[in-house]
Design a protein around this ligand. Structure first.
Ligand code: NGS
Length: 286
């Protein structure tokens, strides 16, 4: 009798939805900025599996979140960010998968194209609801900054960066860390693929959203707090001197330059415990 009762009970009760303000949150914290190996990170978070996927066990997640991190020769930044980011995400009860999107060819880094490639490949694997666009050097330092989407508009997460005295560099800045619902990212046709080198691809994305009548919100600077990691080693991340010229014509290209015209080849896909690692080939002639 007892056995039957407990069984039917557990089948009847659905776990409740994950809380919007989990009690595990600590608020502002000082992260340990240390470089761990992928193996050490995996050992720290044994509940992660299958290409950097985690789902909360104690509650029903509200949405499926893909964290997209474009990458090129920033090993130390990535492996300093991830232990902190994964702790935050698990405390927040987020259902997430981490994608590292590495550009392995081409002279200059094209972050917009890497985000587009990451989005397309991630959506081929799972029907994500929410996409976080995450720079590799941005370490969150306040876990009240929830890694969740707002159905009505894209959000800028990194409104208070230590490098800029925990303020926003300029009003309208949308780079660093931000999120879009998958639907909104498709609506704006993703990023422009035309920015090779540093700068302006994020300003272009913001203007696509405004052009499509999306309102944009920024996290309050009291919680949108990040530490920007120093760049180490060589990086092919030179300022793009053509960026203002390309930016000038940004609104003419929304429908023809973006997700629907992204040219790349997935060279390899590797499923590690802490991330899905994509290597991406693009045309060399830029
Ligand atoms: C602006 C760039 C943005 C960039 C922002 C912050 O000037 O792409 O600085 O950069 N816009 C143009 O170049 C038109 S940061 O200092 O955080 O690396 O995101």
């Amino acid at each position: 009798g007892r056995r039957f009762r407990s069984r039917s009970f557990s089948m009847a009760v659905k776990p409740r939805l994950c809380p919007t303000t989990p009690k595990e949150l600590v608020g502002r914290f000082s992260p340990e900025l240390q470089i761990l190996s992928p193996h050490e990170i995996a050992a720290k978070f044994p509940m992660m599996k299958d290409g950097g996927h985690y789902t909360p066990q104690s509650c029903d997640p509200i949405e499926k979140v893909a964290i997209l991190i474009p990458y090129r020769s920033r090993w130390n930044n990535l492996h300093t960010l991830l232990p902190v980011l994964i702790s935050v995400l698990t405390r927040q009860h987020v259902d997430f998968t981490i994608y590292v999107i590495e550009q392995v060819s081409g002279h200059k880094f094209n972050k917009g194209l890497m985000f587009n490639a990451g989005f397309i490949e991630a959506m081929n694997q799972r029907n994500f609801d929410c996409i976080i666009l995450h720079d590799v050097d941005m370490v969150p330092v306040d876990d009240r900054n929830l890694y969740r989407c707002n159905k009505s508009s894209p959000l800028h997460f990194s409104s208070a960066v230590d490098k800029f005295n925990y303020s926003t560099l300029y009003s309208g800045l949308f780079g660093g860390v931000s999120c879009f619902t998958a639907d909104h990212f498709r609506l704006v046709n993703g990023f422009s693929n035309m920015y090779f080198g540093w700068g302006a691809e994020d300003d272009d994305l913001r203007d696509r959203a405004l052009f499509k009548n999306l309102s944009l919100f920024s996290k309050p600077s009291s919680i949108g707090a990040y530490n920007m990691l120093p760049h180490s080693g060589s990086h092919n991340w030179k300022k793009n001197s053509d960026r203002f010229k390309i930016y000038h014509k940004r609104l003419d290209r929304i429908e023809i330059d973006g997700l629907n015209s992204a040219k790349y080849k997935v060279a390899t896909v590797a499923f590690f415990p802490i991330y899905t690692w994509l290597t991406i080939d693009i045309d060399e002639n830029e």
